[in-house]
Design a protein around this ligand. Structure first.
Ligand SMILES: Cc1cc2nc3c(=O)[nH]c(=O)nc-3n(C[C@H](O)[C@H](O)[C@H](O)COP(=O)(O)OP(=O)(O)OC[C@H]3O[C@@H](n4cnc5c(N)ncnc54)[C@H](O)[C@@H]3O)c2cc1C
Length: 507
């Protein structure tokens, strides 16, 4: 697509005026803020998936909503451009930000007719620098994990990155994102941020450091509080990873998957959780695979082969074949391992629902039984074949670093149920069945003692009708929730930033 920059005039904001039919393109001189048209093509290009709830609300001919409701979509190129734009529009106009475009309810993408969208895709800089002993990287708001991981590779460094290559780094941080492979050793990515630049609801540019009241709040509730332009993150050394082992076990029946999960999750609880030098993840996929990944950090002592033996023995005892054995010896290999798998998950559109559940301490037998007998057994893995149940270990370094506003800080055991399918191949009734099966699992989870639900801004479904989300759950504690509510009133009193995963709890 070409370019269509348009400079909004201060005090005379005219929606749609002056924009041309296509608009991804080039800079056309200083001061011009690019305006994107047509908006339906933009939505198609920038949205990774559509919410499984949104896919139930089709028009009478069954078609899927295909354009944003926002009045205008802008593509700024700097903090100054963003500040100028925010100041130039009436204070009654809401502002939605799009980074990587992976949010599960598409709140910011669709926004509303009272809003403009800032697509931050042009903010692509990644800059490395050294401050004393600290190796830092400053990442702008349009950078996605693929770009960051490739850049960090050459620096012999490591970061607790998310699995999706095209997920926005800042979109992940401002909603409290976690890394199943690396967080036990490196903490959450947000916990490694040392500085950030943001634009406020009034159009002021602020550089925040840990001394500022707003700093911590931005690292888990930031999507509700401002527009983040860049974050500066402290990197760890690549040597934090000693090695990793992955075993892919094929299953045919759901009973086999449940039986394997029953054994593997006890190994996870009893051997991995007490040992901060290891993390373990079990993924049950709709494509009939049980994927176990064990990551050994630098402090791990002993034989990695011995550590995974019980998992291999478990597969053998159930007559299940190990169809793939992988060994990784670098952070980069582990960080990129899932990229080819994620690339296979395609749809037009891809429908998605995300939910999480977990426990603060080691899970009880009752919790593990529920995860196996209900979540693994009843999740719509057959109906929505790209779906996965990911069962991860958290805690470790996350607990020892400073608390940020996300339930991910407090959970050692974490399950996410990602319901994913190609919506094109499904009737509305079939999509409804998938949503109902997912919802049923979550309803049953509400009755399990000690299990928290949907405590993460990156793994929850904010547009669920009967959402169980609470402010204390999603921000970690009641005190943190109070602090976020208080700051929201101060920094965004008219709720200009209202298109984010916390909309229901920060009205
Ligand atoms: C394939 C896949 C893999 C994933 N893997 C992980 C994982 O390993 N761990 C994990 O925790 N999560 C994971 N997620 C979830 C993902 O981290 C969240 O959905 C995240 O919020 C997406 O960020 P985004 O920038 O891509 O999305 P967007 O939809 O662009 O943004 C998400 C939200 O953040 C806001 N936002 C984005 N940028 C800014 C900004 N600069 N300033 C203020 N607000 C902003 C948006 O307004 C929106 O509300 C995954 C999702 C997918 C689809």
């Amino acid at each position: 697509m070409g370019s269509a920059p348009k400079k909004p005039e201060i005090g005379a904001f005219g929606f749609g005026e002056g924009s041309t039919p296509d608009g991804t393109g080039d800079d056309q001189g200083s001061g011009a803020i690019e305006c994107v048209e047509p908006k339906d093509a933009w939505l198609l290009q920038r949205t990774y998936c559509l919410s499984g709830n949104r896919l139930l609300r089709t028009s009478s001919d069954g078609s899927i909503p295909s354009t944003t409701c926002a009045r205008q979509v802008y593509r700024p190129r700097s903090a100054q451009e963003i500040a100028e734009l925010v100041r130039s529009i009436p204070a009654t106009i809401a502002i939605a930000c799009v980074g990587g475009g992976h949010e599960t309810s598409n709140a910011a993408m669709f926004a509303s007719s009272e809003a403009i969208v800032l697509d931050l895709v042009h903010l692509k800089s990644i800059a490395f620098h050294q401050e004393g002993e600290s190796s830092l990287v400053t990442v702008e708001a349009g950078v996605v994990f693929r770009e960051l991981v490739e850049a960090v590779k050459g620096r012999q460094a490591a970061l607790p990155v998310g699995t999706g290559p095209d997920v926005g780094v800042v979109g992940y941080i401002v909603n409290g994102g976690l890394s199943g492979y690396f967080s036990r050793r490196l903490g959450l990515l947000g916990q490694r941020v040392v500085r950030l630049t943001m634009v406020t609801a009034e159009g002021d540019i602020r550089v925040l450091t840990p001394e500022d009241d707003l700093f911590i709040a931005m690292l888990g509730a930031g999507s509700a509080l401002g527009i983040v332009v860049d974050v500066t993150i402290m990197m760890g050394p690549a040597s934090i990873l000693q090695s990793a082992e992955q075993r892919v076990v094929a299953y045919e029946t759901r009973e086999q998957a449940v039986a394997f999960a029953r054994g593997a999750l006890r190994i996870q609880r009893d051997s991995t959780l007490p040992n901060d030098s290891v993390s373990m993840e079990l993924v049950v996929t709709g494509t009939k695979a049980l994927v176990v990944t064990v990551v050994f950090y630098d402090a791990f002592k002993g034989s990695t082969a011995e550590f995974v033996k019980p998992l291999e023995a478990l597969a053998a005892s159930l007559n299940l074949s190990i169809v793939l054995k992988s060994h990784w010896s670098t952070w980069y290999e582990a960080a990129t391992a899932l990229w080819p798998v994620i690339a296979e998950m395609k749809g037009s559109p891809l429908g998605m629902l995300q939910h999480s559940m977990g426990t603060n301490g080691p899970p009880t037998d009752a919790v593990l039984d529920f995860i196996c007998d209900t979540v693994v057994a009843e999740a719509p893995l057959d109906q929505a074949q790209f779906s996965i149940v990911e069962i991860r270990t958290l805690g470790g370094a996350v607990l020892s670093q400073s608390e940020i506003p996300t339930g991910n800080c407090h959970h050692q055991f974490f399950v996410d149920l990602i319901t994913l399918y190609d919506a094109k191949a499904k009737t509305v009734a079939e999509r409804q069945e998938i949503a109902t099966l997912t919802q049923r699992v979550m309803e049953k989870a509400q009755h399990v003692d000690g299990l928290s639900l949907d405590f993460s801004g990156t793994h929850s479904q904010p547009d669920d009708v009967n959402s169980s989300v609470t402010a204390s759950g999603i921000f970690g504690t009641e005190a943190m929730a109070d602090s976020i509510r208080g700051l929201k009133k101060i920094v965004d009193p008219t709720n200009r930033f209202r298109f984010h995963p916390f909309a229901k709890i920060l009205g």
